[in-house]
Every structure is written in structure tokens, then in C-alpha cells.
Ligand binder design. Sequence first.
Ligand code: CMP
Length: 143
Amino acid sequence: MQHTFLMVKPDGVRRQLIGNIVRRFENRGFVLVGAKMMTISREQAERHYGQHKEKPFFGELVDFITSGPVFAMIWRGDNLIEVSRIMMGKTNPLEAAPGTIRGDFATYVGENVIHGSDSPESAERELENFFSTDELLAAGVLS
Ligand code: CMP
């Protein structure tokens, strides 16, 4: 059983895709155990994208993710991290298969609708960046 961090990015929120995305994960048998609509601070965004700091698109990335509210979620389920990545599709929507979230809804790598942690270690780090200790306790991530 795993927990992971999934986030509908500002483009997905603007396009009213939250319900569609939540439904896909619920249909697959995963459980939404925590969620909130929030606008990310630049500091939080820079921490979240720390590994991309040297990339030429880092500024664009931070500008975009702070450009409007995101829908931050905590999910629980078996093999969740691996399956959620398959359900999201490739990072670049041009390579994402139809039927995946990015393959169905996105066309540009900079605005690809959803973020999901890529490993249990990233999930732990990202959940702590977006949720308070109380929220993680309430979601059952911490005990
Ligand atoms: P995500 O996997 O959420 O985290 C890193 C993000 O960097 C990725 O989604 C893309 O949205 C973004 N990204 C990757 N490559 C590029 C690029 N060439 N130009 C703009 N954004 C990019």
C-alpha cells in the first residue's frame, strides 16, 4: 500500500478537469484521502522543482505553476505510484498515448495538466512540501 502526491496543475483547474481526473483514479480503485485547492508560493514551487533549477525552462515552470490555483491531492492504493504514472502518460503530451490524462487533454510539455510523484521518496518529499503535519496525520500518511 502506497501514498502519493498528485496535483492538477493551473491549466487543468482552469479547464475544469478536476472531476474528470479524480474520477479516473477512483475508477481504478485508488482512494482520495486528502485534497485542497491552493495557490503555490514561489518558494514552494522552487522547492518542488528543485531538480530542474539549472534547466532553461525553470523560470517558465515556476511562473506557470504559480499562475493560478492548483488542486493538490493525497492518494492511497496498491502499486499506486507506478500505475498513476501510466495513467498520466508521458511528460511530453506529444508522446502521451490516447487514453492517458496527458494524451487526452494536453498538447504542450510546459502545460501538461497533472503532476504525480515518480517514486516513494519523491512522494514523501512532495507531500511534506504541500501538506501540513496535521493534514498528513488526518490523511493517514503519518501515524
Ligand atoms: P512535471 O513532471 O510535473 O515536472 C517537471 C515539469 O517540467 C514537467 O512536468 C513539464 O511540465 C516541465 N517541462 C519539461 N520539459 C519542459 C520544456 N522543455 N519546456 C517547458 N516545461 C518543461
